[in-house]
Design a protein around this ligand. Structure first.
Ligand SMILES: CC(=O)CC(=O)SCCNC(=O)CCNC(=O)[C@H](O)C(C)(C)COP(=O)(O)OP(=O)(O)OC[C@H]1O[C@@H](n2cnc3c(N)ncnc32)[C@H](O)[C@@H]1OP(=O)(O)O
Ligand SMILES: NC(=O)C1=CN([C@@H]2O[C@H](COP(=O)(O)OP(=O)(O)OC[C@H]3O[C@@H](n4cnc5c(N)ncnc54)[C@H](O)[C@@H]3O)[C@@H](O)[C@H]2O)C=CC1
Length: 255
């Protein structure tokens, strides 16, 4: 059960991560909220309550992530759940023939570094701390939840970097679940559709409206609390492992 679970949530200052921190704290879990030092993490943690500690973290930094997992251990005694929500997006064509310019390699690299390598960094270091937990009666020591995107499967025009970064998260889910199975650590990935968060609000209004209308049912953007609900369901269901779960109202994005 989620009550008393010690959790680490990256990207916890905004959107899906913030909703996850709120839900976990409300259910009695203790949470390390990890987000960039430039984020509102400190404010958000204070608002949510005493069960939440903000640690400034860039998920691409080994040192920062070490500090975050050690904080969970030192302040709360263990780490049971790590949720990877930190992420970034870009929308650029591979080659823009109108402007005669190629997608910048720096932009492609940045998105892969945060979304794929940052996620892996958090997984590997969290696993080290979870692996020494006392197992429960099922032999479970911890749970890791990653965030991909439906763009891992049906990325749109302009999503080469973002889709590649998220497809890599989907791709690593099963092998990591297999790697960590010996220690009783489960690993699942959520592939969200379109959720009402600051990241989506950055899209042009026209694109957002068009996208929302293409969702079969319910025909609206997802609420971050609905994502958080799935994180809890994964944590509480002992058989969920090695799988990527879409939460998207049956959306299949068009080109
Ligand atoms: C965050 C998640 O994980 C979930 C998601 O993936 S949400 C989906 C995110 N989708 C995107 O980010 C789409 C990315 N692509 C784009 O924004 C654009 O295609 C692009 C900026 C990369 C290139 O656009 P472009 O071809 O240079 O043409 P541009 O002049 O910008 O747009 C052409 C027209 O098509 C529209 N358009 C572009 N992409 C569109 C899309 N995906 N859906 C609907 N309309 C779109 C534009 O609004 C524009 O309309 P007007 O001419 O009437 O103003
Ligand atoms: N909103 C949506 O519709 C969808 C979002 N997603 C994914 O869900 C995750 C959360 O997205 P949203 O909440 O919408 O975005 P958001 O932009 O509201 O929140 C992302 C958070 O990640 C943090 N972050 C970014 N780079 C970081 C880094 N290097 N280290 C630490 N923290 C960092 C940001 O500071 C921010 O607080 C992302 O991985 C995103 O790709 C996937 C599918 C759909």
């Amino acid at each position: 059960m989620i009550k008393n679970a010690v959790s680490l949530v990256t990207g916890g200052a905004s959107g899906l991560g913030r909703a996850t921190v709120e839900r976990l704290a409300r259910q009695g879990a203790r949470v390390v909220l990890a987000d960039l030092s430039s984020s509102k993490g400190s404010e958000v943690a204070r608002e949510i309550g005493d069960n939440v500690i903000f640690v400034p973290v860039d998920v691409t930094s080994e040192k920062d992530v070490q500090t975050a997992v050690q904080t969970a251990k030192e302040k709360f005694g263990r780490l049971d759940l790590a949720v990877n929500c930190a992420g970034t997006a870009t929308a650029v064509k591979t080659y823009n023939f109108n402007k005669d310019v190629a997608h910048r390699l720096e932009d492609f690299t940045r998105v892969i570094t945060v979304n794929t390598i940052g996620t892996f960094n958090v997984i590997r270091l969290s696993a080290g701390v979870m692996g020494i937990n006392e197992p429960n009666k099922d032999g479970q020591r911890g749970v890791i939840v990653n965030t991909a995107s439906v763009a891992a499967f049906d990325g749109q025009i302009g999503q080469a970097a973002y889709s590649a970064s998220k497809a890599a998260v989907v791709g690593m889910t099963l092998p990591i679940a297999r790697d960590l199975s010996t220690q009783g650590i489960r690993v699942c990935t959520i592939a969200p559709g379109l959720f009402n968060t600051p990241m989506l609000q950055a899209l042009p209004e026209k694109v957002r409206t068009f996208l929302a209308k293409s969702i079969p049912f319910p025909q609206r953007l997802g609420e971050p609390s609905e994502y958080a609900h799935l994180v809890q369901a994964i944590y509480e269901n002992p058989l969920m492992n090695g799988e990527t779960i879409r939460i998207d109202g049956a959306l299949r994005m068009q080109p």
